[in-house]
Design a protein around this ligand. Structure first.
Ligand SMILES: [Zn+2]
Length: 119
């Protein structure tokens, strides 16, 4: 029984590691883009603001690391390798909403109940 749990935890760690890497790459691209064209804020349709009081934790580097409460979610496409590895894998697991706290919105901001990014 322990073996199964340990195996699942190891797998979860792998998934989070991969997700973190993708996050960092996306953040880096965002940073570069931002530097080039820092002009105005526009709504980012890939994000949605969580309803007040939603009890979700920030998922930046795995559920055990960022203790802050999430304020918004990003619709993320997961990698195919993740889907292959995920033993509970289903098509709906391929797209997922990932919640982040206000510190981890990748340079985005929340304005009037909408997530905005620099255009
Ligand atoms: Zn966070």
């Amino acid at each position: 029984m322990d073996k199964t749990i340990a195996g699942a935890e190891a797998m979860a760690r792998e998934v989070w590691k991969e997700a973190k890497k993708a996050d960092e790459e996306a953040a880096e691209i965002d940073r570069l883009t931002e530097q080039e064209t820092r002009t105005s804020w526009i709504p980012d349709s890939r994000w949605r603001v969580l309803a007040p009081g939603t009890d979700k934790q920030c998922q930046l580097t795995g559920f055990w690391l960022c203790p802050k409460k999430a304020v918004a979610e990003l619709e993320k496409k997961r990698s195919w390798s993740h889907r292959m590895r995920n033993f509970r894998g289903s098509y709906s697991d391929y797209y997922q909403w990932w919640a982040y706290c206000e510190d981890h919105l990748y340079g985005r901001r929340i304005q009037n109940g909408c997530v905005e990014k620099l255009s």
